[in-house]
Design a binder for this molecule. Sequence first.
Ligand code: AR6
Length: 176
Amino acid sequence: MTIELIQGDITVLHVDAIVNAANSSLMGGGGVDGAIHRAGGKAILEECMQIRNRQGKCRTGEAVITTAGNMPSKNVIHTVGPIWNGHTKQDQKLENCYINSIQLALKHGLRTIAFPNISTGVYRFPKKRAAQIAINTVKHFEDREDLDQVIFVCFDQENFEIYQGILSSYGDQTTF
Ligand code: AR6
């Protein structure tokens, strides 16, 4: 599995799954969630509603999967990041977002996954702390043969530079 870093809009990527930083209602919102629902169209919200009817809300750290609608990716994995409140207990919840999203992708035979910087917008998780958790967690899957690529998609320059710094400290295997 290779780890890649890019700066840009996650909705335009041709990958098996893009991950959405959703909220527990799964009914859409602002930030990357708004961008994904706008670009993907109403098929995504319809599937989210079916999921809501089946299982209720999506809890923090958990993940669900839908179509990607009109976007070029195959699926959207919606995960709910923690709202930062200064407690280190939130770290585990953010880690769970990455673990559960990857495990759900693998369960569906999806081999290329793109992540936004979950919780670092409206949910105010400190960016450096979130990046360290994201990278460390994804690196645990590096030896999986059923996973080809994880792409970290940074929208803002600050996150991009933080990721660049951490990833380059790991050296090889990482391209950006
Ligand atoms: N592509 C990639 N990343 C993006 C895009 C995009 N098109 N647009 C924004 N980002 P946020 P959260 C980045 O606020 O903090 C929503 O209302 C953005 O720069 O989208 O997990 C949900 O419904 C930031 O780095 O998600 C929830 O209520 C990152 O995506 C709540 O916000 C995450 O910022 C979730 O908050």
